[in-house]
Design a binder for this molecule. Structure first.
Ligand code: BES
Ligand code: ZN
Ligand code: ZN
Length: 518
């Protein structure tokens, strides 16, 4: 679908979208079309339960007095409550309502509202961004050209809509704003593609190859294989992959948005310190010898979701030429049972030198991250590390599918992340860390064990385990097990891979860690 920006004339064909505020107040364009149709909009509202609440909509098909296919009336919510996020959601809702309706073109008019703090171009760009995010589809394997597996297909075949035009005053500014936002959407789409790919297609080596596509955007990409990782002493990561015939990999992606040498000291020097993102990339998690039950095991193709977010984020940052230095590190392995698989009770030595008793081979994400985190911290001495992982089923018990769990040893970092989460709608809920939990990892024969053995606090003890590998660098861990995949359509994504984390971290970087243009 093409998205274009235009002036404020009322469309005369295709679908026309106009807004009504909660409480019934019409936008200027709603008034215009109501007049043109001899009061059809007012009558339709009266004959329905539509009252302008955000998320509501009302379709008037083939309205009298026009050559339009349809008028879509959308609820804008309470006056004064508009935010970028609410407008993105509005855009997503408009796409969902029209994509399969039969109209090939749609025109949305974004009218000023006196109480809004946002400028018209920003509002228009937000609506466009929401529509774009919602329009994601994955149909690489549908040879018949008919989809009901992904997106809002509902068995209706491909979406018919080809052009969405957004009309507003200041269309040129809106177009510019939207252009930067599409780079972030490109990152989101890459993440969704990677997470949706089946595990016979996407395994460590092929995922590493997909990372190399970022070279085109100016990202430096290095891929380490098993020989190199062995030399570095990454016994924890290698243990996870040793039951698989697929070779484990570690991929390092560097984006240098700040050119030249870093100043020796001062706040400028801090700005040059790399921001570091680390992702769990278990391309399929069978549990290993601690085998998972077969029901639902297919979900474990998305156990590389953390790495998918890191890769998509690097694409977004490079795509929009973010003025920061950032590093993405992803640890890639397939967790399989097999003749050479690691056994419950094996002891492995991590790159940090710390030894780990592997009592459950299904608690493998923390083993992969132990080496990826230590490597990233040791090599890059970053300003902070944020890791992402579909780490525990327990976080789904705690928070369901609404919030991701956040664990942090630094309050400022935690606040920046929380705030970016509220702005983007990718919400985080902070969870506790503490010595009492750390003690639960004591092993009888090694420096630690990889499970607590107790029944409670599974997500917290997993986070405590990771904390042992990040030294004193400010660090946050996002457990995204509950939010990486959605079984239902969402405002900004069709059911399936959400890419939760890409927009959040892009925003967190933009708001706090970029050097302003002089
Ligand atoms: N990949 C899983 C966690 C997971 C579960 C992600 C459900 C997404 C949805 C992880 O490797 C795992 O198996 N964790 C175990 C840990 C346990 C053995 C201590 C779990 O959560 O049961
Ligand atoms: Zn597991
Ligand atoms: Zn896992």
């Amino acid at each position: 679908m093409k998205i274009v920006f235009s002036g404020t004339g009322l469309a005369t064909s295709g679908a026309l979208v106009v807004g009504v505020m909660e409480g019934g107040q019409f936008t200027a364009s709603a008034k215009q079309i109501d007049k043109k149709t001899g009061g059809a909009v007012k009558r339709a509202i009266k004959a329905s339960r539509f009252n302008g609440k955000a998320g509501q909509n009302l379709m008037i098909v083939a309205p009298q007095g026009t050559r339009l296919d349809r008028v879509l009336v959308v609820g804008m919510g309470k006056p004064g409550h508009m935010s970028e996020l609410s407008l993105q959601k509005l855009g997503g809702g408009i796409y969902a309502a029209l994509a399969y309706s039969g109209s090939k073109t749609a025109a949305v008019l974004v009218d000023a509202h006196e109480k809004s703090k946002l400028t018209l171009p920003v509002m228009a760009a937000a609506v466009a961004e929401g529509a774009r995010l919602r329009s994601y589809r994955f149909d690489s394997y549908q040879t018949k050209g008919v989809s009901n597996a992904s997106g809002t297909g509902n068995g209706n075949g491909k979406p018919l809509i080809t052009t969405l035009s957004i009309g507003c005053k200041g269309a040129i500014r809106a177009k510019e704003t939207f252009k930067a936002r599409t780079k972030v959407a490109d990152g989101v789409f890459m993440t969704r593609d990677l997470v949706t790919e089946p595990p016979n297609v996407l395994y460590p080596a092929s995922l590493a190859k997909r990372c190399q596509e970022l070279t085109k955007l100016g990202v430096k990409v290095e891929v380490l294989g098993e020989v190199q990782m062995k030399r570095l002493g990454m016994g924890a990561l290698l243990g996870v992959g040793q039951g698989s015939i697929r070779e484990s990999k570690l991929v390092v992606m560097q984006w240098k948005g700040l050119k030249g040498k870093a100043p020796k000291k001062g706040p400028e020097a801090r700005a040059y310190m790399p921001l570091c993102f680390v992702g769990k990339g278990v391309t399929f998690d069978t549990g290993g010898i601690s085998l998972k039950p077969s029901g639902g095991m297919e979900d474990m193709k998305y156990d590389m979701g953390g790495s998918g977010v890191v890769i998509g984020l690097m694409k977004a940052l490079a795509g929009r030429k973010a003025r920061c230095n950032a590093v993405g590190v992803v640890g890639l392995a397939e967790n399989m049972p097999g003749a050479n698989a690691q056994r419950p009770s094996d002891v492995v030595t991590s790159m940090s030198g710390q030894t780990i008793e592997v009592l459950n081979t299904d608690a493998e994400g923390r083993l992969v991250l132990a080496d990826a985190l230590h490597y990233a911290n040791n090599r890059f001495k970053p300003k902070f590390i944020v890791d992402l992982a579909t780490l525990t089923g327990a976080i789904i018990v705690s928070l369901g599918n609404e919030y991701a769990g956040m664990f942090a040893d630094n309050d400022r970092l935690a606040e920046q992340l929380t705030e970016a989460g509220e702005i983007t709608g990718e919400k985080l809920w902070r969870m506790p860390l503490g010595d009492e939990y750390d003690k639960m990892l004591k092993s009888d024969i090694a420096d630690m064990k990889n499970i607590s053995g107790g029944r409670g606090a599974g997500s917290i003890t997993a986070a405590q385990f990771l904390q042992r590998f990040v030294g004193r660098t400010p660090w946050a861990h996002l457990d995204i097990a509950g939010v990486t995949w959605s079984k239902k359509d969402m405002d900004l994504s069709p059911k399936g891979a959400t890419a939760f984390g890409v927009r959040l971290l892009d925003r967190m970087v933009a708001d706090n860690h970029e050097v302003k243009k002089k």
